[in-house]
Design a protein around this ligand. Structure first.
Ligand code: GTP
Ligand code: MG
Length: 195
């Protein structure tokens, strides 16, 4: 689906470090532990791609991956962990804001939501920032294997309702599991279709 290498390119800590804006770019956002690294690995078919570039406790970086030569996949640090020092959070939020508002080739943000929990208050902050930045976002539910069919319907309904008040929300939701591979081909095709 993606012609060319799928690999970790670099971790970026300031806007000046971004690679040249020469292709379509999508970013992944989500609260800590939502399953972001697992999803990136499953999506790319590379077992340790995301984990390899992710050093917990270090400066929070914006991690760039290549999806062939046509797309960049950008892994944003997980939000919502209580232990992060105030100064680190503030610096990160400033970079996030500059990135979302200033990256001309950013086509869509995928916001990962744990299927067991739905949209939480901590997610609302980033959704509002995406609205303000006019970055279209699409919700991706993760860990679908952890709940039954009835609860899946329920969470889809909750997420749909929560997204109603966000003008930047893309209406189609994707339910995924990195464990079973559910929804992965769909998500891959969605990304490949973005230009
Ligand atoms: P941070 O980088 O720490 O913010 O977390 P993350 O969002 O990258 O989550 P990660 O992929 O590391 O997954 C967190 C935990 O959830 C791990 O124990 C994973 O094995 C588990 N997990 C991730 N995705 C799935 C899934 O689809 N199904 C199940 N059952 N477990 C999952
Ligand atoms: Mg991770």
């Amino acid at each position: 689906l993606f012609a060319g290498p799928v690999e970790f390119l670099k971790g970026v800590v300031a806007m000046q470090g971004l690679p040249s804006a020469d292709r379509a770019e999508v970013c992944f956002a989500g609260r800590s532990n939502v399953g972001k690294s697992s999803l990136i690995n499953t999506l790319t078919g590379r077992k340790a791609l995301a984990r390899a570039s992710n050093t917990p406790g270090r400066t929070q970086e914006v991690n760039y991956f290549t999806l062939g030569e046509s797309h960049y996949l950008v892994d944003l640090p997980g939000y919502g962990y209580a232990e992060a020092p105030v100064a680190v959070v503030a610096k990160w939020q400033a970079l996030l804001k500059s990135y979302l508002q200033g990256r001309s080739t950013l086509r869509r943000a995928f916001v990962l939501i744990d299927a067991r929990h739905g949209v939480k208050a901590v997610d609302e902050e980033i959704l509002t920032l995406l609205d303000k930045s006019a970055v279209t976002f699409q919700a991706v539910l993760t860990k679908a294997d952890k709940i039954g069919a009835r609860d899946r319907d329920k969470v889809l309904e909750q997420v749909r309702a929560a997204l109603q008040k966000h003008p930047a929300a893309y209406p189609e939701l994707v339910m995924t599991s990195s464990e079973t591979g559910d929804g992965i081909a769909t998500l891959r095709a969605i990304i490949a279709g973005i230009s």
